[in-house]
Write a protein that binds this ligand. Structure first.
Ligand code: BG6
Length: 487
């Protein structure tokens, strides 16, 4: 970034996302010299806050969510003095005029970023009211935070109404998983090396496991989460985006539409899971009381704000297939859940066994090669290979070649939002979802959710602190597979 002055407007400016992620990310960008001197951050929200009150809120947010070692007083003061607050109720046209007036006090042609960190049902009316107040200048961009709707129909309506105000090239649909360093490293790994591409296909890979496991529960977000569930909160976006980055064909360039065209093809090639097939290819779970790191935690139904008879899933596993020449027949197991044993996000690639074990013909097959692409903790790539154990006998042992990003590069990794905000300011759409990608993802997800609802079955329960419902293990066992952590 840098280079030019810009204005960033955050709707939902004192909300959860702004407080925990956006303000801290902007603090870092400012500290690291990515803001020119007249750039501003203008928070908008329904409550009437004085500028000073908002600055105090932002200061607290930074003190709480920026690492103490990275917080210095002069950087904090320089950041806080860029902040302003304007009261904007999404339904109140006159409030948008007040916002326009604040914005127009500085050069109105500068880059403007409107970050909609609100509920998705406000996106369309926010954009329409912005347009009526003349806020959509040629140098404006709008950022839409996930979830974009709750199904294909609502996503389509948002896309149409936002698209009537902003051109597709102005619309940045965020999936913060695309801003994670390891996810971009997947591009580097796949397309910067000649080594892997010949292996990256059904002939060499037996199955792929994509896991995003969390230890946290609903974290006080029950009003959002209980009507959303793991499928809409995590699978529809983060896990499918990981799948796309992993499975797409080589794009002809790193340019936004070249990459997004290839991702779209993966989503379109997902084998539909409808009715009975959806039930037999998925597991839906909900945590009951248990313990996380030795600490007792309540079950989902006892969390504040959750309906006592809620059937919302806090865990989802889907066995997916990408029906292309490259991937036909390879199962992709996608799973995500809250209150699981560890916080761990990774893509595990299991390679096929060697055709013949020459070392001990009667002992069956050798352990397979496995690649583990880690998003967290300890970001990096591990490749398990077999090596001879030193000594007189010919004994093979799995060992790992390990690329550990932190110790290899020794720089502070950018938070996903820091990276993505930089890309928005630069105007680079590569790491953002296009309207057709988003709709293709919902088109695949909707029938699965419908099948769950139609079945009338409650989710399977699992203990907080475990790896999910036992049927998650049996689903893989049916295919002769095991989860990575069981190996
Ligand atoms: C968000 C979900 O998109 O991602 C949250 O709404 C989830 O429920 C979070 O906790 C996980 O993100 P990360 O970066 O902590 O893995």
């Amino acid at each position: 970034a840098g280079g030019e002055n810009f204005d960033m407007v955050i709707f939902g400016g004192v909300g959860d996302l702004a407080t925990r992620k956006l303000l801290p990310a902007l603090y870092y960008l400012n500290r690291d010299g990515h803001f020119l001197s007249h750039s501003r951050v203008i928070a908008c929200g329904r409550s009437g806050l004085a500028r000073e009150a908002f600055q105090a809120h932002a200061e607290q947010a930074c003190r709480r969510y920026v690492r103490a070692a990275d917080l210095d007083d002069s950087a904090l003061q320089s950041f806080l003095q860029r902040l302003d607050y304007v009261r904007v109720d999404a339904a109140e046209k006159s409030h948008f005029e007040a916002l326009a007036e604040t914005l127009n006090r500085q050069d109105p042609d500068r880059t403007r970023v409107y970050f909609l960190a609100t509920r998705p049902d406000l996106f369309a009316s926010l954009c329409e009211n912005m347009s009526a107040a003349g806020l959509n200048t040629a140098a404006s961009r709008v950022v839409l935070e996930k979830p974009l709707g709750t199904d294909l129909a609502s996503a389509n309506e948002i896309n149409c109404r936002v698209g009537a105000v902003f051109a597709e090239e102005q619309i940045f649909r965020i999936d913060h998983y695309l801003g994670k360093e390891t996810v971009q490293n997947l591009m580097a790994l796949r397309f910067g090396n000649a080594l892997f591409e010949p292996l990256w296909r059904r002939t060499n890979i037996s199955d792929v496991q994509i896991t995003v496991a969390e230890q946290v529960g609903v974290e006080g977000r029950a009003d959002y989460y209980d009507s959303t569930g793991a499928m809409r909160d995590m699978v529809q976006n983060h896990l499918l985006q990981l799948l796309c980055m992993f499975a797409m064909e080589p794009p002809c360039s790193n340019e936004a539409n070249a990459v997004r065209d290839e991702k779209l093809k993966v989503l379109r090639a997902l084998k539909p899971l409808v009715g009975q097939a959806a039930l037999s290819h998925t597991v839906r779970g909900q945590y009951r009381a248990g313990a996380i790191n030795g600490q007792a935690v309540p079950g989902y139904l006892d969390e504040d704000g959750v309906a006592t008879d809620s059937s919302t899933e806090t865990y989802a596993l889907i066995k997916a297939h990408v029906d292309t020449w490259r991937w036909a027949g390879v199962p992709f197991y996608l799973r995500s859940g809250k209150r699981l044993a560890e916080r761990r996000a990774e893509i595990v690639v299991n390679f096929r066994p060697v055709p013949l074990n020459i070392f001990s013909k009667d002992m069956g097959s050798l352990p397979v090669n496995r690649m583990v692409i880690r998003l967290h903790p300890d970001e990096g790539v591990r490749l398990n290979v077999l090596a001879k154990q030193p000594g007189p006998a010919m004994r093979l042992k799995p060992v790992s070649l390990h690329l550990d990003f932190a110790s290899t590069f020794k720089v502070r990794p950018l938070d996903a939002y820091e990276r993505l905000l930089t890309e928005v300011i630069r105007g680079n759409l590569t790491l953002f979802m296009r309207n057709d990608e988003l709709e293709a993802a919902w088109r695949w997800v909707d029938p699965i959710i419908a099948a769950w609802q139609d079945s009338g079955e409650p989710p399977r329960s699992y203990n907080a602190g475990s790896w999910g419902p036992s049927s998650a293990v049996s689903l893989l066992a049916r295919d002769g597979m095991v989860w990575h952590e069981e190996v």
